[in-house]
Design a binder for this molecule. Structure first.
Ligand code: URA
Length: 238
């Protein structure tokens, strides 16, 4: 159980600066569990709290864990340069809460992207030591051959890597389609591994992280959802 003043609660949920949050409360735009409160000093129990701000309901969350179906032509970087950032696909509150992508997908890669404002969670999920398998569908420029599959499974040497990197699994899905499972999460890893093996990746999609599949979330491109505890427990090392 923890109690916070209403202005702090609103600020923690990403509704803006403390000053702005106080103004929202003063103006009667904020309800706590359905009841309008216009005193920003009101102490509010955060457990089970539902805020209503401008008639929209928000369940209080100490941290947010989000899955986004990333479309192509969005950048994961904090300061996007050529395309809009992935944060533009989420409500503005999440930018105020400092939600960040967990790892990165290239601007032209589609699929499952995790996002959160929980620093230790981001750190743990992105740590190379955790070996969380990630499943990718890669479309190749040249036809897939058994030799390509074998090479990706036995390991390919990338520039600036001390040792060859191997796919945990690699299965041909079609003439120009591979399903690759990687544990390492190095920069441009799928594309660089395919290039090192003599082919070229023309499209890339991530369908799964740990045991969490994009399909199970029922998202369409550009859509997002909160991840609850049971789904977070699927983000496990292989
Ligand atoms: N590997 C890549 O090459 N790009 C991605 O976006 C993800 C993995």
């Amino acid at each position: 159980m923890s109690k916070l003043s209403l202005d702090r609660v609103l600020q923690s949920q990403g509704f803006g600066t403390r000053k702005y949050c106080r103004a929202l409360i003063d103006d009667g735009d904020v309800a706590v569990n359905g009841e309008v409160h216009d005193n920003y000093k009101t102490l509010v129990e955060t457990d089970g709290l539902v805020l209503t701000v401008f008639d929209e309901e928000w369940v209080y969350r100490e941290h947010v864990y989000i899955a986004l179906y990333k479309p192509s032509n969005f950048e994961c970087s904090r300061k996007p340069s050529h395309h809009p950032g992935v944060l533009t696909l989420l409500p503005e509150q999440f930018t105020w809460r400092d939600v960040q992508p967990v790892g990165r997908l290239d601007h032209d890669t589609t699929g499952l992207l995790l996002m959160s404002d929980d620093g230790p969670f981001i750190h743990a999920q992105s740590s190379p030591k955790r070996h969380i398998p990630k499943v990718y569908q890669a479309t190749t420029q040249d036809p897939v051959t058994q030799a390509l599959v074998d090479q990706l499974l036995s390991g390919v040497q990338l520039h600036d890597e001390p040792a060859p990197l191997a796919a945990q699994s690699c299965v041909q899905r079609d003439d120009h389609q591979l399903e690759i499972v990687l544990e390492q999460g190095k920069y441009h890893q799928v594309k660089r591994m395919l290039a090192a093996a003599g082919n070229h990746c023309v499209a890339l999609h991530r369908s799964q992280i740990g045991e969490l599949t994009l399909e199970s979330l029922g998202l369409h491109e550009g859509e997002w959802c909160y991840l609850e505890q049971a789904q977070l427990e699927l983000l496990v090392p292989g």
